[in-house]
Design a protein around this ligand. Structure first.
Ligand code: 3PZ
Ligand code: ZN
Length: 314
């Protein structure tokens, strides 16, 4: 299995920025700000954020800002969306530059996306998903402005998406997925049946003895995928049931998904790498306290020192 190829991953992330015109880059064009958040957070976990120029990053991020509405687009000239707005706020937090924002404008944009039933739309077109509830709550919490929304209704909406298996869907009655990060931020984890959800999450670990042994899948009967290391582990940590999975096997699986030559991590062993799975792989290892990594907060998906700076000014 070997160890984490940290230097190779740093080089890989720095290289993505340079090749802007190949096919992968084109595919990522509309979510460039999310990609920037994934790459930069990975660099920070690896203690290499100093490899980028903060002023350059911040000035690019602010070019994605729409000062008429308070939201951010996925790239310069792209329409605003709550997903991109969260990425922008997280990037600014990484560099301790939240102060460049008009926090009132940004939080008014987010608050404006809350619906009567407490749910959140992703943008002005109205698609609803509990993942947008998470984006809204995480963003407003970082901006110290949760008071702008009806938190009780927001929590009740997420709770209304709880299923009999203990998990949460994206809409009421939808198949179980993520959602409890938002509940953790608002101090509402008492709505979770920890044993039932913990059991469902642990059932995600694969035990077939093959190259993907120890990996986690997102739903029953699906293939394992490195990115679920993050969704499942972060949830298990928040409900205090992380000791229910085999950490050694999961660590070995993530390390097996590395491209040891050119850097980067893929969804499964021997697939093509991308920045998304590189981030979630490294972040998953950080949650499992892999040596030499900064620890990451499971609810905010930001390094713990960044979260402490936001909330305790230290
Ligand atoms: C990937 N998106 O819809 S996407 C994403 N997926 O924008 C980014 N695991 O084809 C990258 N699958 C790669 N670099 C994949 C982000 C998806 C998740 C797809 C995926 C991941 C298995 C099939 C949804 C936050 C934001 C968005 C998502 C999840 C979390 C794709 C396919 C979809 C997307 C982008 C590229 C390569 C990278
Ligand atoms: Zn994945």
């Amino acid at each position: 299995m070997g160890e984490l190829e940290s230097d190779k991953h740093v080089e890989y992330i720095l290289s993505i920025e340079k090749k802007k015109d190949d096919f992968d880059a084109l595919l990522m064009e509309h979510l460039r700000i999310n990609g920037a958040y994934w790459g930069l957070t990975t660099l920070d976990i690896l203690h290499k954020i100093s490899a980028v120029d903060p002023d350059e990053v911040i000035s690019w991020v602010m070019k994605c800002y729409h000062d008429d509405c308070g939201g951010f687009g996925g790239n310069i000239g792209h329409d605003p969306h709550i997903l991109n707005t969260l990425s922008a706020v997280q990037i600014l937090a990484l560099f301790d530059r939240i102060n460049v924002l008009d926090a009132e404008m940004v939080s008014n944009y987010i608050a404006g996306l809350q619906n009567e039933d407490g749910s959140f739309s992703g943008d002005m077109w109205g698609e609803i998903d509990t993942r947008f509830s998470y984006c809204a709550i995480c963003c407003l919490s970082i901006l110290h402005r949760l008071n702008k929304i009806n938190v009780e209704k927001a929590v009740n909406y997420i709770v209304s998406c709880k299923n009999l298996d203990g998990g949460f869907g994206c809409t009421p009655g939808g198949e179980s997925h993520a959602g409890q990060s938002a509940l953790a931020i608002t101090g509402s984890l008492h709505h979770v049946d920890r044993d039932l959800l913990g059991w469902w999450l642990c059932e995600r670990q694969c035990n077939d003895g093959g190259p993907n042994d120890g990996g986690l899948n997102g739903r029953p009967e699906k293939l394992v995928d490195v990115c679920y290391s993050w969704w499942v582990l972060s949830s298990l940590i928040m409900i205090d049931r992380v000791h229910w999975i085999d950490k050694d096997k999961l660590t070995r699986f993530i390390l097996n998904c590395q491209d040891k030559e050119n850097g980067g991590i893929s969804d499964r062993a021997d697939d093509a790498v991308d920045v998304f799975h590189t981030y979630f792989g490294v972040a998953g290892l950080s949650l499992m306290e892999y040596p030499g990594l900064k620890s990451i907060d499971p609810a905010y998906a930001l390094p713990v020192d960044v979260v402490n700076r936001i909330f305790f000014g230290k």
